[in-house]
Design a protein around this ligand. Structure first.
Ligand code: ZN
Length: 590
């Protein structure tokens, strides 16, 4: 294997012996921190020292963990590398009681004393992070109550586990006839492939078979959702939030209006989505498409091949609009060997960006020269460059960015790549493919996730008012909402009413809207950058550099995207409309 195709993990630890040596320091590092227990309020110096020793511990443990997991992912069949991951994970679990005291102790400091401490120069740098903790204070219960809830937390969280065990392990969907006329096993993985079939009978039978299985278990699935939602609602009520939504958005300091604004703005732009469905019907030669006709590609796959050198060059060129500084730093990914490129036996599948303050922002790929692989490279490097800039410009205490903004940089890179290609090709097949790909991404990320977000809001509100979320209730509401989001050119097979039962995200807590806001932000940012808007590139780099130093909405606002207003969502959906009309135009040439 060529060295330049593999990541350089020796840059973290030149030898395993050094990893062991660092591992041996963990106990001492956490004990140093634990020694401050009971002393935080004594002085600002002590408080500050406690925070700094904790940051030291975190940095050390992250470096150990990152090395262990990257090494293991190179070849998951190597026992000694897997054992290193187990060692660090069980060590951190063992040490966690020694860190759990900090938050409750901060909360217990009387307000007056806290005000004195926060006024001190010593704590000026950490003020934001302490105030972030204190924002929760209004919603914290008494120490005994919190301890009880803590002890119950495992038991209270079981509905999601029941869902995933039933859904991923126990459920059997049987077989359907595939493209080749042979009976094939239907599973979560193959379902998607069946839905992409050019043969409508294959799509329809996979769809029906899948939902017929869910139908058999609909009451059990309803109980899992009812209990997950009830837990969110009850927890929000006992913690004195106005709503479950309020409670879920509180950690990111996001007002409910951002969520509601997303839903109402998407509603106002459903016509663009309906037009896309109409086009889909035209291409598939159907009067009306049905739910199982929405995933087969409108344009056949792009068969162009890019070896890694060609793919790398393409990504580097496509990202040139981000300016010289970005371009120069981007090259470090290759020069310093951040990327593990080829697929090989035992290597972890898929792709990701991973690292920590004291390592490179590594990228794992399973690169096979396809067009999609080039997009994956651009995407993962978006994450890595975001991490790179945040770590370069922020103190370790503020370097980590929130999930809310996590997909913005990666999606921006994909958009820049697709626009780069579009600007340089007259090939109608390629252009049609790129527009179709873009339209499908936006539909799946903005429209579909917003529909999920609206459903989530509806069931939480109903549960808040005492409604029991029965299968009938969920079916009826899901079907209605789904019909609203698909409009006059889609026939909605009645079985789609059951889709709520198979979406894992309904067991998260108001999570999916972040996909929609993130992609809308990325569309806005890439538009601003490509149109040459004054200051857009600098504003974008400032976003990459901000890490977690500010509230996410402020970080986005500084970058030029104000998610408290309809503007960025509306503009993203206008971009979708334009994409669909470009696609329609290109299709006439094929
Ligand atoms: Zn990503």
């Amino acid at each position: 294997m060529k060295k330049e195709m593999c990541w350089d993990l020796e840059a973290i630890y030149p030898s395993v012996k050094l990893w062991d040596e660092d591992f041996a320091k963990l106990d001492g590092a956490i004990e140093k921190f634990a020694a401050y227990r009971g002393h935080l309020a004594e002085s600002a110096e002590t408080f500050r020292a406690a925070i700094e020793t904790y940051d030291d511990f975190t940095r050390l443990s992250e470096k150990l963990y990152v090395y262990a997991h990257l090494r293991s992912d190179e070849n998951t069949t190597v026992g000694v590398n897997r054992a290193r991951v187990d060692r660090i994970c069980s060590k951190l679990a063992e040490l966690s009681p020694l860190e759990a005291w900090f938050e409750p102790e901060v909360m217990a400091i009387p307000d007056e004393r806290m005000a004195e401490l926060l006024a001190s120069e010593e704590l000026a740098f950490y003020k934001r992070s302490i105030e972030e903790l204190l924002r929760e204070k209004k919603h914290i219960l008494s120490e005994t109550e919190e301890r009880l809830l803590g002890q119950l937390s495992d038991v209270l969280g079981t509905s999601g586990d029941v869902f995933s065990t039933l859904n991923d392990t126990d459920l059997r969907f049987g077989k359907v006839r595939g493209d080749d006329g042979k009976m094939q096993t239907l599973s979560h993985g193959s379902y998607r492939r069946f839905l992409e079939s050019a043969d409508r009978n294959v799509r329809r039978s996979a769809f029906r078979k899948l939902y017929k299985t869910y139908e058999k278990f609909r009451n059990t699935f309803a109980v899992t959702i009812d209990s997950t939602v009830k837990r969110h609602v009850t927890s929000a009520k006992i913690r004195k939030f106005n709503s479950a939504l309020h409670a879920a958005l509180h950690p990111d300091n996001i007002p409910e209006s951002v969520y509601l604004n997303l839903i109402s703005t998407v509603h106002e732009h459903l016509d663009g989505l309906f037009d896309y469905f109409k086009l889909r019907g035209e291409v598939l030669a159907l009067d009306k498409v049905d739910m199982y006709d929405l995933h087969c590609p409108l344009v056949s796959e792009c068969r162009k091949e890019y070896d890694f050198a060609a793919g790398s060059k393409l990504v580097q060129d496509a990202l040139l609009p981000l300016g010289e500084d970005y371009a120069r730093n981007l090259l470090r990914a290759w020069d310093e060997r951040w990327i593990d490129v080829p697929e090989r036996p035992g290597k972890r599948s898929g792709a990701y960006s991973s690292g920590c303050y004291d390592t490179f922002p590594y990228v794992l790929l399973n690169y096979q020269n396809t067009f999609d692989d080039v997009f994956t490279l651009a995407h993962e490097l978006g994450h890595s460059m975001h991490s790179f800039y945040s770590r370069k410009f922020q103190h370790p205490h503020y370097a980590d960015y929130e999930i809310f903004v996590a997909e913005v940089a990666s999606t921006t890179n994909e958009l820049l790549l697709s626009r780069h290609l579009l600007a340089r090709t007259e090939d109608h097949a390629l252009r049609a493919y790129l527009f179709a790909h873009l339209a499908d991404e936006i539909r799946a990320t903005i429209y579909r996730q917003t529909m999920f977000a609206e459903f989530e809001l509806g069931i939480h509100r109903a549960a808040w008012d005492g409604e029991v979320l029965t299968a009938d209730f969920l079916d009826e509401n899901y079907f209605k909402l789904n019909a609203e989001y698909h409009g006059p050119f889609v026939e909605t097979d009645p079985l789609i009413a059951l889709e709520w039962s198979r979406i894992p995200h309904f067991h998260y807590n108001f999570y999916v809207y972040k996909y929609a806001t993130g992609m809308s932000a990325a569309i806005r940012l890439s538009e601003k950058i490509l149109s040459g808007e004054k200051g857009a590139v600098d504003a974008y780099l400032n976003f990459l550099k901000a890490g977690g130093s500010k509230d996410v909405l402020d970080i986005m606002k500084d970058a030029g995207v104000d998610l408290t207003t309809p503007e960025p969502i509306a503009a993203a959906l206008q971009f979708f409309k334009n994409t669909v009309s470009e696609l329609r135009k290109e299709l006439t040439y094929l």
